[in-house]
Design a binder for this molecule. Structure first.
Ligand SMILES: Cc1cc2nc3c(=O)[nH]c(=O)nc-3n(C[C@H](O)[C@H](O)[C@H](O)COP(=O)(O)O)c2cc1C
Length: 222
């Protein structure tokens, strides 16, 4: 079982958010997972421009690091997203990744995978960022199993306390993957998205032949 942690902080290895990702991954390793962590700041991503060539040709026109990172995500069973709060939201580095992965929503490309999110802040919006990151995973078809956040300016022990919670979250992530954990609310969400995109994909068949073929292969359209 593979779990990948993705750190959106431009502070990379010196990041407090990465401490929480590392703690999730350490809990996951204790329960038998193989883990890897990447700092998005070390990768070159171009801005997305909606050229949509990939929908016809199954490859991105940009020669950057996105395909390499996306392959790592697709090969993982679990995904841990982490970002510091930058002006009430995720960082630009994390948003670049999110925008480049957006086509995965219509293909439900992370369906069957599990994930979780962590965030740190000075004093506010860390919970909102965790909610947003988990919602993004869910929109791609993954099942989020929880989140941990810490407002570091409020309490000097906040990061240490959060690291303890994050280790437990890592263990929960592993057991959810192992047991193929399902909850009625999440299943209903995924079902709604599949219904919605079934119509979209069928209607766009001439423009999005790759997506249509993918859906047929998944037996979501027959
Ligand atoms: C550009 C910028 C914007 C920030 N915006 C917020 C904010 O809106 N709310 C907040 O509580 N902290 C904010 N912070 C503080 C960071 O979220 C906080 O220091 C975080 O723990 C940094 O995490 P890192 O060490 O992983 O980079 C901001 C910091 C920077 C540099």
């Amino acid at each position: 079982m593979k779990i990948i942690g993705i750190n959106g902080s431009p502070r990379g290895e010196h990041s407090q958010t990465k401490r929480l990702i590392d703690a999730v991954l350490s809990g996951a390793r204790e329960n038998g997972a193989e883990t890897e962590v990447i700092n998005l700041i070390d990768y070159d991503f171009k801005f997305r421009n909606v050229c949509s060539i990939c929908l016809q040709e199954e490859k991105c026109v940009y020669l950057d690091d996105f395909p390499r990172v996306y392959t790592k995500i697709q090969e993982a069973d679990g995904i841990v997203l982490g970002s510091p709060v930058y002006i009430d939201l995720v960082t630009a580095q994390m948003k670049m990744l999110i925008d480049r992965m957006a086509d995965g929503i219509q293909c439900q490309s992370l369906y069957g995978k599990y994930g979780c999110a962590v965030a740190t802040s000075g004093d506010h919006a860390e919970g909102a960022v965790v909610t947003y990151l988990n919602h993004f995973l869910q929109m791609l078809g993954a099942s989020p199993v929880g989140g941990v956040s810490a407002a570091l300016g409020k309490d000097s022990d906040a990061i240490t306390k959060a690291e303890g919670e994050a280790r437990e979250l890592g263990k929960t992530l592993v057991s959810s993957i192992r047991n193929k954990q399902k909850t009625p609310a999440l299943e209903a969400f995924h079902q709604r998205y599949q219904e919605k995109f079934k119509d979209v994909i069928s209607g766009e068949k001439p423009e999005w032949p790759m997506d249509y073929d993918y859906w047929v292969k998944q037996a979501w359209i027959w």
